[in-house]
Write a protein that binds this ligand. Structure first.
Ligand SMILES: [Cu+2]
Length: 163
């Protein structure tokens, strides 16, 4: 076999391995919120679809930050609280769509540098069954979910009295 043909074969094989790994868990639309000033942490949102058996997202890593945490967000009274999850269960056939303000997100703890619109960085997610899957996160402009809370604090009382 000549060298070029061999190389094509090797690429084909690598491609097959890649496809096999990515088959059960599909990660899509990974975006991160652009940071302002020297914000220490960032947040990323993505879609995960589990096309295989029951699985779970256990951890993650990225060169963009010193640590990755899986966070969930909930309102406790008037205060938005973030909590780190040990793992995120992914039942067979389940699709999780992380959206800003909706709860679950990937927290980038200890950013190495600010996230600017248009930046791209790799994020590796570690699943119990599917193993490690790498995706590319794109930094986009996003409204802060805190806006809602702020508005509630500043203007909320008027609205409550009117109701
Ligand atoms: Cu968070």
């Amino acid at each position: 076999m000549n060298k070029i043909l061999w190389r094509v074969c090797a690429l084909f094989l690598l491609g097959l391995i890649g496809t096999a790994q990515a088959q059960s868990i599909v990660i899509d639309k990974a975006v991160a919120r652009a940071t302002v000033g020297k914000m220490p942490n960032g947040a990323a949102f993505l879609q995960i679809e589990n096309k295989g058996a029951d699985d779970a997202l256990l951890s993650g890593s990225s060169p963009a930050s010193s640590r990755i945490e899986i966070h969930t967000m909930s309102m406790e009274g008037d205060v938005m609280k973030m909590r780190a999850l040990d793992q995120l269960e992914l039942k067979s056939g389940q699709r999780i769509e992380m959206k800003p303000g909706s709860g679950i997100h990937i927290m980038l703890m200890g950013l190495k540098k600010p996230l600017a619109v248009g930046d791209k960085f790799p994020l590796t997610l570690n699943f119990r069954k599917a193993g490690k899957i790498e995706t590319t996160v794109e930094v986009v402009e996003m409204k802060m979910p805190m806006k809602k809370g702020e508005m509630h604090e500043h203007h909320g009382h008027h609205q409550h009295h009117k109701e």
